[in-house]
Design a protein. Structure first.
Length: 473
């Protein structure tokens, strides 16, 4: 494997640059030597359920066709173990997408499963009207991972709910209504959060009041390149011209996930947090994708920008697949909800919070943040070196195990390579690796695997990508 990698990456500068991963060359021809998956000590039990075709047929009949599905040839996943998934025939796939940046410590991690099963056997449901140690234990552990006075937790069932609640808190606390979010951001799909989401493909024509979308500090496509302060000045202008001069808050992801792994330009968040606070608003960090050690260098995405938010929202990685989200804020800000009763039937459910605590412990004990840093840095470096060889790679970005590769058919024009991205995803799947897709144009490959992903896994993904492209030489 090591030798193969060396061969793949060394001394290729004389190769002519390749424009695209063409569909015909993505065929798994006999003359392409595909790398083998490393041995793995787990075989899923036999599957006797319905086939992919049968499920798809039922899905068409009984579920909404608005629900997206990946891949031309549908994938029926029936088992998961750590960084691997298994289909109905027992075929093993390397999961480089992590169920959309959700599987943090690994599919069906035994400690998480044990915590869930043990709690389920004892008491599956108990609302917050009664005491239960699972919710307080998890809240205490979560608070210990956040800076400053961020220590009052509200539990929800999803990221959308967490952001809806955070926005309501910001409005109540500030007494203002306007919220500023970033173009290309994704924060959820309920009426309030859909307002802050600024990707037309995810917006429906319903009332979404009181939200303004600032220029995105996108270092690849943005008008000011990497100059964070210039984008921040635009947001200051938005407050002055587009609002009463007073705002409820600002919400942003440190690395936009759905939007195509866009890292906000350096210097942007500190300047913007300043403007928002001067205008009476609160700063909300949406850590639904970038939280829980995924970025490697830090536990939370906002930490890389040297800012301290007033409210942090989280979901996905918090539960390794359990439906749970959370809002964490300061005691002073949390106080606003005491004006009325705030209630959420399943928020803080003992099974979910026991599972959440197990996830946090695994991330710490197995040093998954360090792993995300080491493996993610290695993968990013290798992907960046591929960019030098293949013109179709317009940009490589992200941190830790939250990486993006933007494909373009023309580097100068940055023309989105949409069709090629779909082919690439499909072919990677045919050869055993699952990756994601995102970005406004749908031309960004998203790599957000479980944080137990190894260098060897990263190497396999790269070799497959190389095999596809090198056939064009
Ligand atoms: C950054 C971010 N915030 C919020 C959400 C909404 O989370 P959920 O789908 O759990 O409602 C998502 C979902 O992808 C997200 O990526």
């Amino acid at each position: 494997m090591q030798r193969a990698l060396k061969r793949a990456f060394s001394g290729r500068s004389s190769l002519r640059k390749h424009r695209c991963f063409s569909a015909s060359l993505l065929k798994n021809n006999d003359d392409i030597l595909l790398p083998k998956m490393p041995p793995f000590d787990y075989s899923p039990p036999p599957y006797n359920g319905p086939s992919a075709a049968e499920i798809f047929q039922k899905r068409r009949e009984y579920l909404s066709s608005s629900m997206l599905h990946s891949y031309e040839k549908h994938l029926n996943l029936v088992d998961g173990k750590m960084q691997y998934l298994f289909d109905e025939d027992g075929r093993r796939y390397l999961d480089a997408f992590g169920g959309i940046a959700t599987v943090s410590c690994g599919h069906c991690h035994p400690d998480v499963v044990e915590a869930i099963v043990n709690q389920t056997k004892r008491l599956q449901h108990s609302p917050v009207l009664f005491l239960h140690h699972a919710i307080t234990d998890f809240a205490e552990a979560l608070a210990s991972k956040l800076p400053g006075d961020l220590k009052v937790c509200f539990f929800t069932n999803s990221g959308t709910e967490a952001n809806e609640l955070a926005m309501m808190i910001a409005r109540l606390y500030s007494g203002n209504h306007d919220i500023i979010s970033l173009r290309n951001g994704y924060h959820g799909n309920a009426p309030g959060t859909m307002g802050t989401t600024a990707l037309s493909g995810w917006k429906f024509n319903v009332v979404q009041s009181g939200v303004h979308h600032a220029l995105n500090p996108d270092q690849y496509r943005g008008v000011f390149g990497s100059d964070g302060e210039k984008y921040a000045k635009d947001l200051q202008g938005l407050i002055e011209y587009g609002t009463t001069g007073k705002v409820a808050g600002f919400i942003a992801e440190a690395i936009q996930g759905v939007g195509g792994i866009i890292e906000l330009a350096p210097g942007y968040l500190p300047a913007v947090y300043n403007s928002i606070r001067k205008a009476g608003g609160l700063c909300i960090a949406d850590e639904v994708q970038s939280g829980f050690a995924r970025t490697g260098s830090h536990f939370w995405g906002f930490e890389a920008h040297g800012v301290a938010p007033d409210i942090v929202t989280m979901a996905k990685g918090i539960g390794n697949g359990i439906p749970i989200g959370a809002v964490v804020t300061t005691p002073e800000i949390a106080q606003v909800l005491t004006q009325r009763s705030y209630f959420n039937t399943f928020g803080g459910n003992p099974v979910c919070t026991a599972g959440g605590l197990a996830v946090l412990r695994v991330i710490e004990r197995e040093k998954l943040q360090e792993n995300a840093f080491v493996v993610g840095s290695y993968l990013k470096e290798r992907l960046t070196s591929l960019k030098e060889k293949y013109d179709i790679i317009g940009d490589v970005r992200g941190r830790g195990l939250m990486l993006g590769v933007e494909l373009v058919t023309d580097r100068q024009e940055k023309t989105p390579a949409k069709v090629e991205t779909i082919h690439f995803m499909d072919q990677m799947k045919e050869n055993g690796v699952l990756i994601g897709k995102g970005g406004f144009f749908g031309n960004v490959i998203r790599i957000t695997p479980p944080l137990c992903f190894t260098k060897e896994d990263a190497g396999i993904s790269l070799l497959l990508a190389l095999n596809f492209s090198s056939k064009e030489a």
